[in-house]
Design a protein around this ligand. Structure first.
Ligand SMILES: [Zn+2]
Length: 205
């Protein structure tokens, strides 16, 4: 199956949201809606939002989730271990100095399990702690596409010094991701796309 992936760069931290849809369908999912409601609304116009998927609970990846969920009725999903970060800006890192949107309050989310079928897309949910306890990568195995959040970047990986971060967990998570096929395209939470093979090669693996 072919899929349409539209990156939407949001906010001062230049976080990537992704609108993802199966080719020929008007329903879509939105991954990590950050701090730019106008741009996200524009990207969603003419489409039906079937679900909002969060790779982790940091403010820059969740800020538009509440207003978009309220407007569209779309359910929001996050790993259970990051659920507590959604409405607690002491641990989701919310910084009023750099944000346009207000921090979420009463944002309800459903727990991500190991797989999610939505809008004709079959996501495998890979639990990849290290950047936060409940960080996940969303894997469209059949399409060879991975949404890696702040776990894997092009030429890097996410910070491990924030709430719930762990260097040991990050190392394990990256190793698990390097076991994926090298041609898998990686769309991360910040910066441009890469592949599993390119990133693995940087470490001489
Ligand atoms: Zn983050």
């Amino acid at each position: 199956m072919r899929i349409d992936i539209q990156p939407i760069v949001c906010g001062l931290y230049q976080e990537n949201a992704y609108r993802v849809s199966a080719e020929g369908r008007t329903d879509c999912v939105l991954i990590d809606p950050g701090d730019d409601l106008a741009r996200l609304r524009c990207a969603l116009s003419g489409r039906t939002l079937a679900a909002i998927l969060l790779t982790h609970g940091h403010f820059d990846h969740i800020l538009a989730a509440k207003p978009l969920a309220d407007e569209t009725g779309a359910p929001v999903y996050i790993h259970p271990m990051d659920m507590d970060m959604l409405n607690d800006y002491a641990i989701n890192g919310y910084d009023p100095e750099v944000c346009r949107l207000r921090p979420p309050e009463k944002l309800d989310a459903r727990p991500l399990g190991e797989a999610l079928d939505v809008a004709g897309l079959s996501f495998r949910v890979l639990h990849t702690p290290g950047h936060s306890r409940g960080s996940v990568c969303l894997y469209l195995e059949g399409e060879g596409v991975l949404f890696s959040g702040d776990t894997m970047f092009r030429a890097g990986y996410g910070r491990m010094d924030l709430h719930g971060g762990s260097e040991l967990s990050m190392r394990r998570s990256l190793r698990a991701l390097f076991d994926l096929p090298e041609g898998v395209k990686v769309f991360s939470g910040h910066g441009g796309p890469t592949t599993v093979g390119e990133e693995r090669a940087r470490y001489g693996l």
